[in-house]
Design a protein around this ligand. Structure first.
Ligand code: GDP
Ligand code: GDP
Length: 437
């Protein structure tokens, strides 16, 4: 359930970002023939032999204007703190440098599993260069070529050996796992405190959780909740923790472990780019979402302000049109009492299973009202049967004559009809098409 994290470290220009791209299987960050280029995405989910994991390219974390060696040290520390397995990349053509040795020592001391990737081994004639890398004391060097895509199978096999075995679920199914995401200072910790301070909320002992993520469990009206990664909301003071990319990474990991995500927006400051990025991830991950506009006390308002703000949210977060919006103030606690009932409701939608016969009636009616589209060649989509295959998020399969005939707009239309019929407030729903056998 909780994906292991594989972090790539190494000095500049050894090929970290090229390797990252290979592992995630698409070109997500920019690789050019100049060092120090800005990278867009430094974390991505990946899969190897049915094992899902996260990859982090620590080279893309901007540490500010530190001297190079400090920067590398901080990147390595981040990897040591966050990763289950570290991929240490060196340049096979250049041999070992002083900076490599320095990083190797840090990794060595951390006792984290390390996969030593010797990059730029574009053809086997270069393999004799491998032997010197044994002296780094990090075990067997794995020859790879980022640009040619060689050696990745063996390297990822070796990494997979170290991934923690499937952990049992951390909490039982009945517990609502909440994460609060949003930029620094939006009021995440204040809101957690406000929730915990509500009437009839019983805070229990903090269960021992994964690594440095400390969760907070509580109960209200017989419903169990846990706030995921309460520790991550506190300021902790390491150099890299103030960087934006790090806070996004932290948020991703919290989203992964939760089933309801509260996306916090600063009512005073408005919506920023980072809000959209993280909210997009919650949506992609299939979590239930509530948009919370905090600091509403500090906003000068009249009878239209709330509607205007909500319209802005709907524009900016078009894909989250299913997410309810709650305006509140963590500071004055005004309207905080409305939040948990909304959380309960979206969690219910997220887990809702609808009767198959009613579902098929809804689809048949939808097709009657608005016939299925035809292709350019005149072939019409035919839907034979629809079934809900899973919850969290609710996922439907349409058995059709040809899945390619189901286009975005008709899928969207069907989604809306399903929502009209059953609700599903606060949860994304997935609609897949399969060829009927
Ligand atoms: P980073 O700074 O460690 O992330 O390194 P990059 O991924 O940006 O790569 C630095 C340079 O090395 C780029 O010019 C890449 O094209 C090149 N490079 C990366 N992998 C390989 C490889 O396997 N073989 C060769 N010959 N060049 C590579
Ligand atoms: P975090 O970094 O997201 O955890 O944010 P904090 O909870 O630490 O809050 C950051 C700052 O915003 C603090 O000074 C809070 O007092 C302030 N703050 C939080 N919630 C509210 C609110 O509802 N209204 C106002 N006016 N200030 C708030």
């Amino acid at each position: 359930m909780v994906k292991p994290v594989f972090a790539i470290v190494g000095r500049p220009n050894v090929g970290k970002s090229t390797i990252f791209n290979r592992i995630v299987g698409e070109r997500v960050s920019i690789v050019e023939d100049k060092p120090g280029i800005t990278r867009d995405r430094i974390y991505h989910s990946a899969e190897w032999l049915n094992q899902d994991f996260f990859v982090i390219d620590t080279g893309g974390i901007d540490m500010g204007d530190e001297p190079l060696i400090e920067k590398m040290r901080h990147q390595a520390e981040l990897a040591i703190d966050e990763a289950d397995v570290i991929c240490f990349v060196v340049n096979g053509r250049e041999g070992i440098t002083a900076a490599d040795e320095e990083i190797a020592q840090l990794l060595h001391r951390s006792k984290k599993p390390v996969i030593l990737a010797v990059n730029k081994m574009d053809d086997p004639s270069l393999h004799e260069k491998l032997y010197e890398f044994y002296s780094l004391g990090l075990g067997e060097p794995h020859p790879v070529s980022g640009s040619h895509g060689r050696g990745f199978g063996d390297m990822l096999d070796a990494a997979k050996e170290y991934f923690p075995a499937d952990k049992p679920p951390e909490y039982d199914d009945e517990t609502i796992r909440l994460s609060l995401i949003g930029r620094p200072n939006v009021g995440k910790s204040s809101l957690v405190n406000a929730i915990l301070g509500e009437e009839r909320v019983i805070v229990s002992d903090i269960p021992g959780t994964t690594r440095d993520a400390v969760d907070t469990a509580f109960k209200k009206d017989e419903q169990d909740y846990v706030v995921i990664d309460t520790a991550g909301m506190r300021k902790r003071g390491k150099v890299y923790e103030s960087t934006e990319k790090y806070s996004v990474l932290r948020a991703l990991k919290a989203i992964e472990r939760s089933n309801v995500v509260l996306v916090l927006i600063d009512g005073e400051e408005g919506i920023i780019e980072q809000d959209k990025k993280i909210a997009g991830y919650a949506h992609e991950a299939g979590r239930a979402v509530v948009i919370v506009v905090n600091k509403w006390d500090a906003v000068e308002k009249d009878d239209k302000t709330m509607r205007e703000f909500e319209n802005k949210i709907r524009d900016e977060f078009a894909y989250l049109d299913y997410a309810p919006v709650v305006f509140l103030s963590a500071k004055t606690k005004k309207r905080v009492q409305h939040l948990l009932p909304v959380v309960n409701q979206v969690s219910e939608s997220h887990n809702l299973r609808v009767p198959t016969n009613v579902l098929n009636d809804v689809i048949v009616d939808a097709v009657t009202m608005n016939p299925t589209p035809t292709s350019a060649g005149g072939r019409r989509l035919r839907i034979n049967y629809t079934t809900q295959v899973s919850v969290a998020p609710p996922t439907f399969i349409l058995f059709v004559n040809d899945p390619d005939l189901l286009h975005f707009s008709y899928r969207r239309y069907l989604e809306n009809r399903i929502r009209d019929a059953f609700g599903f407030a606060g949860t994304p729903i997935h609609i897949l098409a399969r060829k009927k056998r």
